[in-house]
Design a binder for this molecule. Structure first.
Ligand SMILES: Cc1cc2nc3c(=O)[nH]c(=O)nc-3n(C[C@H](O)[C@H](O)[C@H](O)COP(=O)(O)OP(=O)(O)OC[C@H]3O[C@@H](n4cnc5c(N)ncnc54)[C@H](O)[C@@H]3O)c2cc1C
Length: 470
């Protein structure tokens, strides 16, 4: 495709882009303005790294495809691996605790690396690629040639000097704060329109030491609901510490200290989980982060776009982080980039925008429905059917509380496996309706023996000691 590609930003998106481009360009240079640590550690320019990051099963598989050996190395470094082990996962979606307490029928492997660990592992692999070079430096602007309507390189700030660096392709992987829309306007292309959902999310995180045998769970999720606008996620990471993240939706403030986090856990979690958290020892200071809006820059809708540049990762679309999908969607964008480069389409940016639109739309739309229907979010021009679908989906989640097959279906789709569409097929819908009707019949008439059994097993599950070995 060309001799030299530049990637601006060496976070997860930039590293994945560099990996893909290394197969198509003679040289790939990554520029990063932030000081990069030698090991897995927090970074100033990636403040979200201090907060819980779920790596979806699909994302783990995509990262492994790009960087073979990654998952085994992470596990060797202590990253928890959950294989068909629903007993290690407590999953509350919009107030419904999913009934995944039986072994999952289909293979499902989840990995639980911290955000800094995952980036560090991937960075090591990316810089080991012979034609990839990671260079410290801030890209001040992109070089643009008016005549050919093409980006021709970058202007690099090193110390007090600005140096032009030519390239055949520049990838903008600078995250949510990208300047590309401003430059596009300056060059006469106009800005991309933006789809936004004002989610008003406020994160608060505390790292906690909980005795190793106190819990068999390693992933604990209790999503916010309409009536309970505070949600919580707790993950056990590779360093043996838990990360306990709480968040408020719809501009509701999150807990401000560890005691308040424990109070939230009391309200959101089964007693054994909140008791273990309360008995834990907080480590380090709390971290806070504001996430006002999910944002999708609609490059796919622009009529004209310069050659020689592509936006990538969060710079294109940043998803409500409480659904834990951003990194996985970035890995999917990397797959799109690979496909488009292989196709040899001369309109690289256009082809990639279209491919990314296809993979983004189903996930973005379902998130927006959840946000508007369940999380008190506002979205301009939200269609009327968002609320209807949101309410129907709540019925589905209600049924998934006591039907493990529905719960497994949800867990797989939520993990972006099988399909990016969160739409139950007719069989699954039929099962949902039958299940809920059965529960209703029991409630009203005390009939339907099979359903009585289901409800009984549900309550006996609740009463059972969740840590049988204890
Ligand atoms: C609070 C929060 C929680 C999240 N939780 C999850 C989760 O649970 N699961 C999940 O999958 N995703 C989650 N995400 C999303 C995830 O963090 C991102 O999708 C992921 O980090 C990929 O982002 P990126 O590489 O596109 O951008 P970023 O990570 O923002 O990185 C951009 C990089 O570009 C560099 N840069 C910027 N400008 C320049 C410049 N001019 N020159 C050189 N370098 C530059 C920056 O220093 C930085 O390194 C969360 C996000 C937030 C905000």
């Amino acid at each position: 495709m060309g001799e030299h590609a530049i990637v601006v930003g060496s976070s997860l998106a930039g590293l994945c882009a560099a990996r893909v481009l290394s197969d198509f360009y003679d040289r790939v240079t990554l520029y990063e303005r932030d000081e990069l640590p030698d090991g897995p550690a927090d970074r100033t320019a990636v403040p979200q790294g201090k907060h819980v990051h779920l790596l979806m099963a699909r994302g783990a598989a995509e990262f492994e495809r790009l960087f073979p050996g990654l998952l085994d190395d992470m596990v060797a470094a202590g990253v928890p691996k959950l294989e068909n082990r629903p007993d290690c996962i407590h999953f509350g979606a919009a107030g419904h605790v999913l009934g995944t307490n039986t072994t999952l029928k289909r293979e499902f492997t989840a990995y639980v690396p911290s955000r800094p660990h995952l980036e560090w592992q991937i960075r090591q692999r990316a810089v080991a690629i012979p034609n990839v070079e990671l260079v410290p430096g801030r890209v001040a602007e992109l070089l643009y040639d008016v005549e050919s309507e093409r980006v021709t390189g970058v202007l690099l700030d090193v110390g007090d000097e600005s140096t032009p660096v030519p390239a055949d392709l520049v990838v903008d992987a600078t995250g949510r704060g990208t300047r590309l829309p401003v430059w596009l306007e300056q060059w006469g292309f106009g800005r991309p329109t933006e789809d936004t959902v004002d989610v008003g999310i406020d994160y608060a995180t505390q790292r906690v030491r909980i005795p190793v045998d106190a819990l068999q769970e390693k992933v604990v999720v209790a999503g916010a609901t309409h009536d309970q606008p505070v949600g919580l996620g707790m993950l056990l990471y590779e360093d043996g510490l838990w990360s306990a993240t709480t968040y408020g939706t719809g501009k509701v403030p999150p807990p401000q200290n560890f005691t308040e986090i424990c109070d939230a856990a009391d309200a959101l979690l089964p007693p054994h989980l909140s008791a273990a958290l309360r008995a834990g020892e907080p480590v380090g200071d709390m971290a806070f982060h504001k996430y006002p809006a999910s944002r999708w820059r609609r490059y796919d809708l622009m009529e004209r776009f310069p050659a020689g540049v592509i936006p990538f990762g969060d710079a294109v679309v940043s998803f409500n982080p409480t659904y834990g999908q951003g990194m996985t969607m970035t890995s999917i964008q990397a797959g799109n980039l690979q496909t488009v480069l292989k196709s040899g389409d001369p309109d690289l940016a256009g082809a990639l925008s279209r491919a990314t639109k296809k993979t983004t739309w189903p996930v973005w739309t379902m998130n927006a429905i959840g946000d508007v229907a369940l999380h008190n979010a506002t979205a301009e021009d939200a269609p009327w059917w968002y609320l209807t679908v949101g309410n129907l989906f709540e019925q589905f989640l209600g049924a998934a509380e006591t039907d493990p097959d529905l719960a497994e279906w949800f867990l797989r789709r939520f993990s972006l496996l099988d399909s990016l569409y969160m739409i139950p097929d007719a069989k699954t819908l039929g099962r949902t309706v039958r299940h809920n009707m059965g529960l209703l019949a029991v409630e009203k008439f005390g009939k339907a023996r099979t359903f009585v059994r289901t409800r009984r097993s549900r309550s006996s599950r609740r009463d059972r000691d969740p840590v049988p070995s204890r």
